[in-house]
Design a protein around this ligand. Structure first.
Ligand code: ADP
Ligand code: ZN
Length: 723
């Protein structure tokens, strides 16, 4: 550095800015890359992260100085690299990714001044039995507050005060948060079955190599995958690393926290959007300091500032819920794999129904493929049969065929449990006026309002709009003519109550069952307090229902009808997962699937239990139609509050699209749901060979395009939502 130039900090701010901003470093302040710092921005102060230390020439010294460096472990270089990587991949400003890391800025606030006391080893000038007791208590163990010390020693507060004055106790800053206890890696170890043992040994060997690698743990429902990857977690913990166990659904975290505690003897750190703010501060801090060794969390746990990550486990890796759709559209499973590869540590993807993406990676040798083909207790996988709804006799306003009713009754009579699965929340997906034909739709979206009868409301499942159920048709004003069309889970439960009057019914749906209620419901199911479970996809995920024998899928065609290229794969996964909840105990399970398409290859494969056949065909179709995982997709969504302005921008963009032989642009087309939250939407779909840098293509395309007013362009790399 020459005499004239001076050191500056390049600080990334959690805002949608093109890059870091430069600040001078005040004399005497030591600043290192990764430090969390307060800097001025306009008239505000903002917390940012020092991305690099650079230098500026004398003409640029009009920069403003950095205000303060916060007392927190600096963000590791690996995490900064990860932030940059995610930003580049999803064509987002890095500041938007940093914002996800800085979700709890209060965790960076100076620790509240709290002190405890420790013995110095000096004998008090005047020793008394009371003072001796205090010394005994203060001798070992954690730092205690004066009050705690006095209490535990059974002395008055003045005794402790006297000893502080005397110099036999010294004040020490207290850790502000309850510390995370060390996991015990041998605590609740189960005896594994030979197949589990083999799989666990393979995973532990991968962990021992401390290299970047991905293992696909592919085991049938009930094979005991959790116990197997717990062994890998134990191995990583024994190396001193931090471990993340990621789950697709908040509703699942409760039961997994308990499982982790049973296995490792301590309560793990717990991270998702419903965790209380103070606890989030504690977890954020614990992850940054490295003291939180096991984190059980939702996808956003990826962005915690990991100090020494050694293993990420992604449970139910096939779940579409890992794709975040709001804000930065990222795929948490994919980014977990990226983190492992940047950080040179292994990632385990676990599922009974792996995604095609992961299976193709395994086939090509990029992932190791570890299989568990049988249930750990040797119970059989459920037998699956189809019910042809084209010919099944069924009364109007009923959705359960006689055959299904009979099988469910049989199970209930035998004292077993049954489950009816319908992946549709609410009472009815559509409400029509029989007088004028009007159907109730959302004022902000081009969608139907869904009746939620338990709540006496109409809801839009796209924007959250709610309104009371009207008595008269809002169009023609005629009363008493509004009729529900089609079933949702609430309406199905009415039919079930009619058909099975003795049944003890519980309804599991994400809008009805959350938190404590869900926990109680799951315990009730396990204890057999309920015998008929009626559920949406919430029941398809990971739950263990030992008394469940009969599973009925009310409408298997629902998911197949969407225009989503993954609909076949998703339907397969959903059916196999729901069916897989049954027959996990003593009695063999059975799944009955109601469909109008019994000849569909997917239905056939389900009936025969022919997973390999179905997957092979699905892969062929994807390859032939140029879809992921064989080619890349990216979506560009143009939206605005004015229909014609939005359309104009969408169409004008076409004329400035770069030409590239190996990139295809489909569109622009109005999005299938054209209006969402009052915004009109147009879509482009970009399709390219896997080795094409689509991000560079998109950046080049969008460079010259200006958006004015309400117009916005959103980019979705690897889209999962095509609506
Ligand atoms: P999966 O996730 O593969 O469907 P789980 O991990 O949920 O299966 O295991 C199913 C049930 O079997 C759980 O209750 C689990 O505790 C139990 N289990 C798994 N492996 C063993 C084992 N080796 N010994 C005893 N119980 C086991
Ligand atoms: Zn809406």
């Amino acid at each position: 550095m020459s005499d004239e130039s001076m050191a500056v900090a390049e600080v990334l701010l959690p805002l949608a800015l093109p890059g870091p901003y430069s600040y001078t470093i005040p004399h005497g302040l030591s600043v290192e890359p990764g430090a969390y710092a307060i800097v001025p921005l306009g008239s505000r102060s903002v917390i940012g992260v020092v991305w690099a230390i650079g230098s500026k020439g004398p003409n640029e010294i009009s920069l403003r100085p950095l205000v303060e460096v916060l007392d927190a472990p600096p963000m590791p270089a690996l995490h900064r690299k990860f932030v940059d990587w995610v930003a580049a991949y999803y064509v987002e400003p890095a500041g938007n990714i940093l914002r996800m890391v800085l979700r709890v800025p209060s965790a960076l606030a100076p620790a509240r001044e709290q002190f405890g006391y420790q013995a110095t080893g000096r004998i008090p000038g005047r020793m008394t039995p009371q003072r001796q007791r205090v010394l005994n208590v203060a001798a070992d163990g954690p730092i205690l507050k004066a009050r705690e010390l006095a209490e535990m020693a059974g002395v008055g507060a003045s005794v402790v005060k006297g000893m502080v004055k005397d110099g036999s106790l010294v004040p020490r800053p207290l850790p502000v948060f309850r510390p995370f206890p060390e996991p015990d890696v041998t605590f609740g170890q189960l005896t594994l079955s030979p197949a589990q043992e083999t799989a666990a040994r393979e995973l532990c060997a991968i962990v021992a190599r401390r290299q970047s690698s991905v293992a696909l743990l592919d085991g049938v429902t009930g094979s005991g995958k959790t116990e197997v990857y717990f062994e890998a977690m134990a191995a990583a913990l024994a190396q001193g690393s931090q471990v993340l166990l990621m789950l697709p659904e908040i509703a699942l975290t409760g039961s997994f926290l308990a499982k982790v505690e049973r296995r490792f003897g301590v309560e793990p750190a717990h991270w998702h959007s419903d965790v209380r703010p103070r606890e989030r501060e504690r977890v954020w801090r614990g992850v940054a300091e490295g003291s939180a060794r096991i984190v059980v969390g939702a996808r956003s746990a990826l962005f915690l500032p990991w100090k020494s990550p050694g293993l990420f486990v992604i449970d139910e890796e096939h779940e579409a819920a890992y794709k975040q759709e709001d804000g930065v559209a990222y795929h948490a499973r994919d980014m977990a794999v990226v983190y492992g590869s940047l950080g040179k540590f292994p990632v385990i993807l676990s599922s009974a129904t792996p995604s095609l993406e992961s299976l193709v990676n395994a086939e090509r040798g990029r992932y190791s493929h570890i299989r568990l083909e049988r249930r750990h207790n040797e119970s059989e996988l459920p037998a699956t049969s189809l019910i042809d709804m084209r010919t099944a006799p069924i009364a109007p306003q009923n959705w359960l065929s006689d055959e299904l009713v009979e099988e469910v009754s049989r199970s209930l009579t035998a004292g077993d449990q049954a489950l009816l699965f319908l992946n549709r929340r609410g009472y009815a997906p559509l409400t029509l006026c029989r007088a004028c034909g009007h159907h109730l739709s959302c004022p902000n979206c081009s969608t139907s309002l869904v009746e939620h009868r338990f709540r006496k409301q109409l809801q839009c499942h796209h924007c959250g709009h709610q309104e009371p159920m009207p008595h008269a048709c809002p169009k023609c004003g005629v009363e008493g003519k509004l009729v529900p069309c089609g079933p949702g889970i609430e309406r199905l439960s009415e039919e079930a109550a009619r058909r099975f009057p003795e049944a003890r019914i519980v309804i599991l749906s994400s809008d009805l069952a959350r938190g404590v209620f869900l926990k109680d419901a799951l315990i009730g199911i396990e204890r057999g307090e309920y015998n008929l479970i009626i559920g949406t996809q919430l029941v398809a995920k990971g739950h263990h229902f030992p008394h469940l024998v009969t599973v009925g899928v009310v409408d298997a065609d629902l998911a197949l009808e969407s225009g989503d290229p993954r609909s076949g794969e998703r339907t397969w996964q959903l059916m196999a997962q729901v069916a897989g909840r049954s027959g996990r105990g003593e009695k063999p399970g059975q799944a009955l699937i109601q469909t109008h398409m019994p000849g569909h290859p997917l239905m056939n494969a389900l009936k025969r239990g022919d997973r390999e056949g179905f997957l092979a065909q699905e892969m062929r179709v994807r390859e032939e139609s140029g879809l992921p995982p064989y080619r890349r997709l990216a979506a560009i969504i143009v939206s605005g509050v004015d229909a014609s302005e939005t359309e104009r921008l969408a169409r004008e963009m076409w004329s400035v699209a770069p030409a590239a032989a190996d990139v295809q642009i489909l569109g622009p087309a109005p999005a299938p749901i054209h209006l969402v939250r009052g915004r009109y939407r147009w879509r482009y779909l970009i399709r390219a060979e896997r080795d094409v840098n689509v991000q560079a293509f998109i950046r080049q395309w969008l460079t010259g395009i200006k958006t004015r007013g309400s117009l916005r362009i959103d980019i979705d790399v690897d889209p999962y939502n095509f609506l």
